[in-house]
Write a protein that binds this ligand. Sequence first.
Ligand code: NAI
Ligand code: MG
Length: 356
Amino acid sequence: MRTLQVAVIPGDGIGPEITSACLPAVVTAGARSSVQVETTVLDWGGDRYLRLGAAMPEDAAAQLRNFDAVLFGAVGRPDVPDHELVWGLIIRLRQELGLAVNLRPARSFPGVPTPLRGNPHIDLLVVRENTEGEYVGAGGLAHAHTPEETALEVSVHSRRAIETAARVAFDAAQRRRGHLTLVTKSNAMRFGYLLWDRVVDQIAAEYPDVAYERVLVDAMAARLVQRPEGLDVLLCSNLFGDVLSDLAAALVGGLGMAPSANVRPGHTPGIFEPVHGSAPDIAGQGSANPSAYLLSAAMMFEQNGLPGAADDLRQSLASALDAPRLRTRDLGGTASTDQLARAVCDRLGDHQEVPA
Ligand code: NAI
Ligand code: MG
């Protein structure tokens, strides 16, 4: 039996609640595909920061390299400055593990409400460059704390990072519906985004079977709301991918439904995490939607060559969400985190194949 070694970082707020609710379903989905999911829980995050002054150990990235995948909940506590945890943990890990690409699918589920009229069916994938662009962390503060204080926040767009994200996006488009839209702002930002246009145009020529178009980010914001059905793969810089993927998530039921994968093509481990944060406003109530976590685990299976386990997990979730009594509060229901996660696990168990 194949084993999948998974490092589990529950983190803060609703992170530990959804993690403990979802792990049984993740293990069961693996078992149905003859994979033993072995989990190692790491206590990294806000509590550790308050105890030891750092959200994770110095050699965190090296420790994680021993695993096939990382399942991450969320970090963030009201009593710790956000940048200490977001920069000190998740952004640092993305950079140190070279997780150059962030995959953020947004898919409609039957019974999950969309704020859009006419209930359009949405199935799109945001492919986001994950280590540079506007979030590279280059800049400075001159004349700090004087009336003249001035901040410099420098964007970095390298051909190498653009190519890496573009190839992941075109490969995904080939497996999906064969359509790719590059999202930039090259009319107003003439260096970084013109490089994106040029590099992606070149790579598009290698994929004649993928229909390729370019759309400016402001127009894309409008199109996502007005005509999201036709969109397939959106290739975005770090900043635009961050913003548009939250918009896309809102269209398919909100942050509780939005999974993501941080990957380095051809390498493990990737980090698989819900898009949402630690939701301190609902933490401790047992009401958080576990769907984003389960869908992130499905992406983990897919990226580790286990598409059957991924499909099983998604189908069991879809079947559970189809029952109004199993929907969580953010979806207009009354189910608890545990009730929905357990229903998914039960459905996975029920579909056991009968041995010949
Ligand atoms: P958030 O995503 O934690 O919450 C935004 C809103 O969505 C809240 O009203 C929350 O209740 C709701 N929500 C989020 N996840 C939900 C779920 N699974 N089920 C039902 N409702 C859900 O974003 P916010 O409030 O901006 O940030 C809270 C903390 O999380 C901050 O400290 C922030 O820095 C951190 N954060 C961490 C991230 C990470 O670990 N990757 C990502 C985003 C934020
Ligand atoms: Mg975001």
